[in-house]
Design a protein around this ligand. Structure first.
Ligand code: GTP
Ligand code: MG
Length: 389
């Protein structure tokens, strides 16, 4: 394995240099923007640096028959060749060196996973490679996509010329099984006076979602519902829920402090489910999060549900979960599935968090645009085989 860095005015130029020297099969491991020349950061030219790897043993013909999938990543070479122009170490500040080392560590981790990816993906059939790339295009995390694709490979018979439709079916089923494995069914425990409290960042759809669930439970399941709102920061917020409560015909209490909250819950104890709506909060505002925590410790909810919008990146979803995680989240709800065609971030999030998804919401209409996350339908949605109605 040869690893080298190339610098160019832009990505194309750097690639051109790399391919010229390393050949067409060179693999890009890492790209970054750098600044070169200039004086004290002024007039520096922006350039692109790419780290490229080349390994003859990984070159496989596209139409080659299947190969055993490696179960562990290949080892990372210990001594990486230095960059084209190594930075002078003498005189460099310690913090800069630490930065460089951290960057190097990142590159190494990247190399490790890319090598595993390349080694595995090149070894499996074109049809499964297409499936893998489809997952990646749908925001599914590389490692998860690889795990699922490798698992398809092991399910297929060893002989060639497998019917493409059948391979596709195996791909979908494998994805379904993966989702089923990390996603448990959502069931409302049968208990009177069950308290369900929704939290989440601003504007994700908490209030609308409560209205949807409350309406469905009232009209379709004949349940006795009550609502409480803690969102007294904006006049319109309580009014929004009041309007829904009146249309559905369920009682609502607006509470301003923990004492009122405890009293409101007690007053509704004979209802089947008491929904508590909270004000949208930035997970990064510690004061607001603390206040929310106080309300939760008073409410003692049977379920604390974190509402997340699917128009958020995986990284942000996990960050939000981590911040709200101090409240012990029992369920997730993903909203606004109608606003995207890429759903991989849901899969990535639940793979990491392992908290069951109660519902997904698919539009602004109350009460229609909500459904239980059905793993089979969800797999087909990721595959583009099923649409949000
Ligand atoms: N497209 C789409 N819009 C939605 C969905 N759910 C809610 N919305 C819209 O998102 C906006 C915000 O909804 P709210 O229910 O007020 O959100 P919230 O989380 O209660 O907001 P805050 O209380 O301000 O934090 C409204 O315009 C809703 O109609 C959905 O599934 N799809
Ligand atoms: Mg709200």
């Amino acid at each position: 394995m040869k690893i080298k860095k190339y610098v160019g005015a832009d990505f194309q130029e750097a690639i051109k240099k790399a391919k010229k020297e390393m050949g067409q099969d060179a693999i890009i491991l890492h790209t970054r923007h750098i600044k070169k020349g200039g004086f004290m950061g002024f007039f520096a030219r922006a350039q692109v640096e790419i780290t490229v790897a080349m390994d003859e043993s990984l070159q496989v013909e596209r139409d080659r028959s299947r190969r055993v999938v490696p179960s562990v990543p290949p080892p990372v070479p210990e001594n990486l060749p230095s960059a084209d122009e190594p930075a002078p170490i003498s005189g460099a500040k310690t913090s800069e060196l630490v930065q460089e080392m951290l960057q190097m560590k990142e590159i190494m981790a990247d190399i490790k996973s890319k090598m595993f990816e390349v080694g595995t993906i090149h070894g499996i059939s074109d049809k499964i490679q297409a499936f893998y790339h489809h997952l990646i295009d749908n925001n599914v995390d590389g490692q998860i996509a690889l795990k699922i694709a490798s698992s398809v490979e092991t399910r297929l018979p060893a002989h060639k010329n497998t019917d493409p439709a059948w391979v596709e079916e195996i791909c979908i089923r494998t994805l379904q099984d993966y989702i089923l494995d990390i996603q448990k069914n959502y069931e409302l425990p049968d208990k009177k006076g069950k308290v369900v409290l929704l939290v989440g960042p601003t504007g994700v759809g908490k209030t609308t979602t409560i209205a949807k669930i409350a309406a469905n439970l009232t009209f379709l399941e004949n349940k006795q519902i009550a609502m409480i709102t803690l969102d007294t920061y904006r006049i319109s917020a309580a009014e929004q829920l009041r309007t829904y409560a009146e249309i559905i015909g369920v009682p609502l209490k607006v509470v301003f402090n923990t004492a009122d909250l405890a009293e409101a819950i007690l007053a509704f104890k004979d209802k089947d489910v008491i929904f508590i709506d909270t004000a949208g909060r930035s997970p990064f505002n510690e004061e607001h999060m603390e206040e929310l925590r106080e309300f939760i410790s008073t409410a003692q909810p049977d379920e604390t549900v974190l509402v997340l919008s699917v128009t958020t990146s995986t990284h942000e979803l996990l960050e939000i979960y981590e911040k709200f995680g101090i409240m012990k989240i029992d369920r997730l709800i993903f909203t606004k599935l109608d606003e995207t065609r890429h759903y991989g971030q849901i899969l990535n999030a639940i793979d990491e968090i392992r908290v069951p998804v109660a519902y997904i919401t698919t539009g602004q209409s109350v009460p229609d645009d909500i459904e239980i996350l059905d793993p089979i339908r969800f797999a087909r949605m990721i595959m583009g085989k099923e649409e949000i109605s």
